[in-house]
Design a protein around this ligand. Structure first.
Ligand SMILES: Nc1ncnc2c1ncn2[C@@H]1O[C@H](COP(=O)(O)OP(=O)(O)OP(=O)(O)O)[C@@H](O)[C@H]1O
Ligand SMILES: [Mg+2]
Length: 288
């Protein structure tokens, strides 16, 4: 489909609606003068040399179904306007990340996932959301966004209502495109590690595409220097090190990290990449 926001389907408004971004047509299908509000137009199709008269969705109805994909993705409301156009790289690695995310979104569904690691406010979530926006609105992808720590708390709340973890993790393991944000965040409890392991292993086994963002580093661990002198890591050491570590591999463990490697292109913004939230705040302060 052509750019949903400019085709003759009418203007699209995307705004924050509570926690999530919400897209709607400026004029509903019911007001479409081309189809008389039915969402359908008569058309002719040709098959094996014969012509058939059929009805097909009008441009506005087609656009509406793309907007439904966007709305189902649960993109955070605060990033309702995150696009590739609004992402301005301040560092060469951010430039690379933008190209990586853009390339991914334009190639969907023939695309490998990516993982962005870096300091706060560097636009990792922005790029995840821009990729989901393009993939849903322009490429027709079924997608979802999830923040890891929110997922853990949703599952815990679900337990209280008699829901199993599988009821919540199931749809996320089946959606064709999933963006997992804040990977590695949490207490690292057995419940959290098992939930993450189940989600990633199920997506990995099914060959489903996943995008990730994390504040934890993907740089090669200086593992030996951290091991207790003169002996190998014991399980207890690993759990303790994982809780403290700034390394993603230690936060999520070898099983998950190994799968991430196969599922994704990794990219890390270096320490010192500017925090766009701070920059925005400083710009908005009156000059003395
Ligand atoms: N390079 C950029 N160009 C334009 N806006 C940016 C850029 N980087 C970040 N922003 C904006 O700054 C805010 C914070 O960005 P975002 O939430 O993507 O950061 P993050 O890297 O995910 O941070 P955190 O690690 O804290 O989750 C958002 O409003 C986002 O749109
Ligand atoms: Mg973020």
């Amino acid at each position: 489909m052509a750019d949903v926001s400019t085709c003759n389907s009418g203007a699209v408004a995307i705004e924050r609606n509570g926690d999530c971004a919400f897209a709607k047509l400026a004029e509903p299908v019911e007001a479409c003068r081309t189809c008389g509000g039915t969402g359908l137009l008569p058309t002719t199709v040709e098959e094996q040399g014969r012509q058939y008269s059929v009805v097909a969705p009008c441009a506005r109805a087609k656009a509406n179904s793309r907007l439904a994909l966007f709305n189902a993705a649960s993109i955070p409301g605060v990033l309702a306007n995150a696009t590739f156009e609004t992402y301005r790289p301040a560092h060469p690695e951010q430039d690379r990340a933008k190209s990586l995310a853009k390339d991914f979104a334009f190639r969907w569904p023939n695309a490998r996932g990516f993982l962005l690691s870096g300091p706060v406010g560097t636009g990792k979530t922005h790029l995840l959301c821009a990729a989901l926006r393009h993939a849903t609105l322009e490429m027709g992808a079924q997608a979802a966004y999830v923040e890891m720590s929110l997922l853990f708390s949703t599952i815990r709340k679900g337990f209280a209502e008699g829901k199993s973890g599988a009821e919540i993790v199931g749809p996320l393991s089946r959606v064709p495109l999933l963006a997992i944000d804040e990977l590695g965040k949490g207490r690292g409890s057995p419940f959290e590690m098992e939930t993450l392991d189940e989600l990633i292993a199920r997506r990995y086994n099914a060959g489903r595409v996943t995008l990730f963002a994390t504040n934890y580093s993907i740089k090669a661990p200086e593992e030996k220097s951290r091991a207790p002198q003169g002996r190998h890591w014991a399980t207890g050491d690993l759990v303790e090190a994982g809780k403290e570590s700034r390394l993603l591999s230690e936060r999520v463990g070898d099983r998950i990290y190994s799968r991430l490697f196969e599922m994704c292109e990794f990219l890390e913004f270096p320490t010192g990449t500017p925090d766009a939230r701070r920059a925005r705040l400083e710009l908005s302060r009156p000059k003395r």
